[in-house]
Ligand binder design. Sequence first.
Ligand SMILES: [Zn+2]
Length: 200
Amino acid sequence: MPASAGPEIERLIGLLAKLPGMGPRSARRATLALLKRRDQLLTPLSQALAEAAEKVRPCSVCGALDTSDPCAVCADRTRDTGLICVVEEVGALWAMERAGAFRGRYHVLGGVLSALDGVGPEALRVGELVARASDGEVREVILALPATVDGQTTAHYLAERLASSGVQVTSLARGVPVGGELDWLDDGTIAQALRARRPA
Ligand SMILES: [Zn+2]
């Protein structure tokens, strides 16, 4: 099949199509939008990509992505160094920061244990977490892992590994979301919310 655009444009479409949520069709639309709006989109985007490629690195302490190492969160002296929140990926860290309710520090695991995908503890930043939890300053490790089988398997594993460090290990509560109506919730969420009930 002959390429419908030139090789440079096809290469751009091919790369964009590899992004999450994109397919060949949306990649073609995005490419066209970029090429049509050279000054507003194409040039600033290419500069932002080059800058990110050059400057963004994983934080050597928590594994978050930032232009400085340690990252802005780890370097922030107003944050509580006694609290570590463990998340699967950087996206979950960003979600926690958007909520603005947590003033401790993070540990990005880099995934969850998965027998199916062959992900073992050595593929994750588990050793680093145990070392951080044993530094004498940390009081509590909060496990904010996905409510999936793999996420919960990982949480159990981490709780066991952290037991000897003497820190308190907690996990996020599960239950009725803010603004959630019971009619719309799945049975598992309702059952969890009922088990985790507290005095009104
Ligand atoms: Zn950090």
